[in-house]
Write a protein that binds this ligand. Structure first.
Ligand code: SDX
Length: 431
């Protein structure tokens, strides 16, 4: 029994077997139990995958106890301070920070792919104006595969790269068009003279009848929010993209599946749910009532934007966003009442044993909606913005999975608890 193995003994049969103990660059060791069933005839059971590593990955590292987040080894705090979202997209996909020429070429490619096929624009007419924009995103992004027959060979590295470029570049255009459809305004074409975030804001808020000037403070804040949301290891939507992609479905279909998973309020939908919760609280004097509801096992209400499967410390992204919110909106009284309620809510919750004992802290979604709201983004578009930002993470994780020499279709097993084997009873013989 070496110190690079673990031994599993099945006490019911007395059989034992050794399994390799794998060591990564950072983080806990991993027991490779892929031969467990073959050696001991048993499965593992881990609903929610709380103790299960689904893959090897070199993209993003999270230390939940310490509140650490690294993109390709670089701390999120340094990237937030010194980088930009397009540069972070390059870093995540190619694994290294670009030099000046690489960055310039990448920026040109992003611009080249920012428009969508004109016939894609008619898809929006099929939706009512009050369709949730995430429903439109799932449909339109999945439909991109209907246009790009020239780059769907998933084993071709160049096809993978073109699809990644197309997805990153087109998401803002597709997303802004969801908003324009909801307000009955004409969709706005991308303007390649603008930066990525500014271009999105222009496509959201400019109209043909007037001049429109993108607020540079908003553009910088949005670029930073995109960076903070870019990737996050094997979260629910990324795992969905990997699983969908493992069947060799095309990357547009896999990312569309990820958008669907992100929509849930337990995941990316939380940023929309936080604002609706703060609006329901309405006034700081009501906070105690909602805290009590969050602690009540008989009440399904949860404090949205609080808690995290991995972070048992303050989410480093939330810390940066909270600072940004205070800088943008100020903390003097009479600023955004929702910011005042959220700051008070955080203060009360973080002193409450229920939250302390369960290590529940604000996560990335707790403050982001307040900033989106200050930019004039409607609440039902918040998760759409999360999907724009996360597209680079999804397509990079998909790219890593597709090129993994150990790749195989994801197909978990189960613990069967249904009826024991029994014979069919003809209907005339039934009671
Ligand atoms: C994102 O995975 C990622 O990386 C996701 C993400 C990313 O970048 O991709 O970081 C983005 O999805 C952030 C999370 C956004 N979701 C929310 O803010 C929704 C509110 N949070 C909870 O639903 C919850 O905290 C989860 C879903 C985020 C995590 O749930 P877990 O890990 O399954 O934790 P759990 O449900 O087992 O909770 C442990 C305990 C339970 O109490 P007990 O049964 O032990 O008594 O904590 C309680 C829970 O009831 N709890 C909460 C709570 N979150 C957990 N109680 C009140 N309010 C909450 N928000």
């Amino acid at each position: 029994m070496g110190n690079d193995t673990v031994t599993v003994t099945n006490n019911a049969t007395g059989k034992s077997a050794e399994f390799p103990l794998l060591k990564g660059t950072h983080g806990p060791d991993v027991a490779d139990i892929s031969t467990l069933y073959q050696k001991l005839g048993i499965f593992t059971y881990d609903p929610g995958f709380k103790s299960t590593g689904s893959c090897k990955s070199a993209i993003t590292f999270i230390d939940g106890e310490e509140g650490i987040l690294l993109y390709r080894g670089y701390p999120i705090e340094q990237l937030a301070e010194q980088s930009s979202y397009p540069e972070v997209c390059y870093l995540l996909y190619y694994g290294e920070l670009p030099n000046k020429k690489q960055y310039a070429d990448f920026d040109k490619i992003m611009n080249h792919h920012s428009m969508v096929n004109e016939s894609l624009r008619t898809f929006y007419q099929g939706f009512h104006h009050n369709a949730h924009p995430m429903a439109i995103m799932v449909g339109v992004v999945g439909a991109l595969s209907a246009f790009y027959h020239d780059s769907l060979e998933i084993g071709d590295l160049r096809h993978q790269e073109i699809s990644a470029h197309r997805l990153i570049a087109k998401m803002p255009t597709i997303a802004a068009a969801c908003y324009k459809h909801s307000v009955g305004q004409p969709m706005v074409y991308p303007n390649n003279k603008m930066g990525y975030a500014a271009n999105f804001l222009n496509m959201m808020f400019s109209v043909p009848a007037d001049d429109y000037e993108v607020n540079p403070v908003h553009a910088r804040a949005l670029d930073l929010l995109f960076t903070l949301h870019a990737d996050h290891e094997q979260n629910a939507s990324t795992s969905t993209v990997r699983l969908a992609g493992s069947s060799e479905a095309n990357p547009f279909a896999a990312v569309s599946a990820g958008i669907g998973a992100l929509w849930g309020p337990a995941h990316g939908g939380a940023n929309e749910a936080v604002i609706r919760m703060l609006e329901e609280i309405g006034d700081a004097k009501n906070i105690d009532k909602f805290i009590a509801r969050a602690k009540d096992k008989n009440d399904t209400f949860r404090l949205m934007g609080f808690g995290h499967r991995v972070y048992k410390n303050y989410d480093p992204r939330a810390r940066i966003i909270a600072k940004m919110a205070k800088e943008m909106l100020g903390t003097t009284s009479g600023t955004d009442p929702l910011l005042e309620i959220s700051l008070k809510l955080e203060e009360i919750a973080l002193k409450d044993e229920y939250f302390i004992g369960r290590k529940l802290y604000p996560n990335v979604d707790f403050y982001s909606g307040i900033i989106y709201k200050a930019m004039g983004i409607p609440t039902n578009m918040f998760t759409v913005l999360f999907s724009i930002a996360r597209t680079i993470g999804w397509i990079t994780q998909w790219h890593e999975m597709i090129n993994d020499p150990q790749r195989s279709i994801g197909r978990p097993r189960q613990l069967y608890t249904g009826a024991a084997k029994r014979d069919y009873v003809p209907i005339n013989a039934r009671g």
